[in-house]
Design a protein around this ligand. Structure first.
Ligand SMILES: [Zn+2]
Length: 228
């Protein structure tokens, strides 16, 4: 898009993905003194009391007094770059490509296709490793191969989703049953029990027995017992 600053400089604005794939408005213009300027804009606001888009150019802040509507329109276009890319992966137009990344201390499969990692994360076959990036489950990568469609990933993860749904449904049914039991009995009943490492600093015990009870109103409480 072409726009003009209040001082009469013609600026070309383009939508792009900038640093860390952030949707960014890029400005390109010829400055009477500085020559050709290419700058990734960082935002729009008041710069020395004037409405302007601003960015960093050779260590200095550049303020461009262009209409905010123009800046916003191009920013919206930049935002849609990611949506479009994700839409293309979802529809199968863009395949998901993986590659093995050899690293220290971690090696693993990563996505080559931009923005595929967030879709795989949602399908629970990829996870973020802090300071490293997004790692794709090795088992899933081996099963799906290094190039596959989103639909294939959805089909691959379907059984796990069904198991999870079944577990959630079972837990809900168990809870409803216990609430009914508590209502019939007129007092709380045991919902579940488990053991975990002792939380007390003073007791000489290794394992605590925890019992969660539930009453007729669905209110739960955990009772912890030390073991000797
Ligand atoms: Zn204990």
């Amino acid at each position: 898009m072409k726009t003009t600053t209040t001082t009469g400089i013609e600026v070309t604005l383009t939508a792009k993905l900038g640093y860390l794939d952030r949707p960014t408005v890029h400005a390109s213009f010829a400055h009477p003194k500085a020559g050709q300027v290419e700058v990734d804009l960082q935002g729009y606001g008041k710069i020395q009391g004037k409405d302007a888009a601003y960015g960093d150019f050779r260590g200095q802040t550049v303020a461009l007094m262009i209409p905010q509507a123009d800046y916003d329109a191009v920013q919206a276009g930049a935002d849609s770059i990611i949506e479009t890319a994700i839409g293309a992966i979802r529809s199968g137009a863009t395949r998901i490509e993986l590659r093995w990344s050899e690293g220290s201390p971690l090696s693993g499969y990563v996505t080559v296709t931009k923005f595929a990692s967030q879709l795989l994360r949602d399908l629970k076959i990829a996870r973020d490793i802090s300071g490293w990036g997004c790692l794709v489950d090795e088992k899933a990568a081996k099963a799906l191969g290094e190039s596959f469609t989103y639909a294939e990933a959805v089909a691959y993860t379907q059984p796990a989703r069904e198991l999870e749904d079944a577990a959630v449904a079972m837990a809900a049914a168990h809870r409803a049953e216990k609430i009914a039991e508590a209502a019939a009995k007129g007092s709380p009943v045991e919902l579940r029990a488990w053991t975990e490492p002792c939380t007390s600093r003073t007791e000489e015990c290794g394992l605590d027995v925890c019992v969660e009870t539930i009453d007729a109103q669905g209110r739960t409480a955990v009772r912890r017992s030390h073991t000797w």
